[in-house]
Design a protein around this ligand. Structure first.
Ligand code: HEM
Length: 125
C-alpha cells in the first residue's frame, strides 16, 4: 500500500500543477490581482506538503503512526480552504474561509512539530 509520504507528494504535485497553470494564466492576462492566493497555493500546497512528504519518507516510524493521516487531512484541508478563502478576501468578501483554512494549516504544523519531537528524524538505529 502506498503510504502517507506518497499521499503528501501526490497532493502537493496536484497543488503545484494548479498553481503553475494559475501563474501562466496571470502572466497571459497581465492580471496579477490574485498573486497572493497563487503564492499560498504554491508555498503551502507544494513546498510545505512536499517537505512533510520528504520527512515521512525518511522517518518510517512517524509515517506508520495514525497521527500522520490526521496530519495529512489537516494539511490538505488547510490548503483547500485557505486558497479560495484568500481569493474571496482579496475580492472584498468574507475572510472567514481564509481564517478557517489558516487555522487548519497552523494545526497541521503543530501536529508536525509534535511528530518531529516524538519520532525524531530518520530511521531508528
Ligand atoms: C509556471 C509556473 C509559475 C508561473 C507562470 C508563475 C507566475 C506568477 C506571477 C505572474 C506572479 C505575479 C507577480 C507580480 O505580481 O509581481 C507570481 C507571483 C508569485 N509566485 Fe508564482 N508562478 C509560477 C510558479 C510559482 C511557484 C512554484 C511558486 C512557489 C513555490 C510561486 C510563488 C510565487 C510567489 C511567492 C509570488 C509573489 C506573490 C505576491 O507578491 O503576492 N510561483 N507568480
Amino acid at each position: 500500500m502506498r503510504g502517507v509520504a506518497f499521499a503528501f507528494f501526490a497532493s502537493g504535485s496536484v497543488a503545484v500543477l494548479a498553481g503553475m497553470v494559475w501563474g501562466i494564466q496571470m502572466s497571459v492576462t497581465h492580471d496579477h490581482g490574485l498573486a497572493a492566493a497563487h503564492a499560498h497555493l504554491n508555498l503551502v500546497g507544494w513546498v510545505t506538503l512536499g517537505l512533510f512528504g520528504l520527512y515521512y519518507a525518511q522517518t518510517p516510524a512517524a509515517a506508520q503512526s495514525r497521527l500522520a493521516w490526521v496530519h495529512l487531512v489537516l494539511a490538505i484541508g488547510g490548503v483547500v480552504l485557505m486558497v479560495p478563502g484568500i481569493v474571496l478576501a482579496i475580492r472584498g468578501g468574507n475572510p472567514a474561509l481564509a481564517a478557517l483554512g489558516s487555522m487548519l494549516t497552523l494545526a497541521s504544523m503543530a501536529v508536525f512539530l509534535a511528530t518531529v519531537l516524538r519520532h525524531g528524524l530518520g530511521r531508528a538505529p
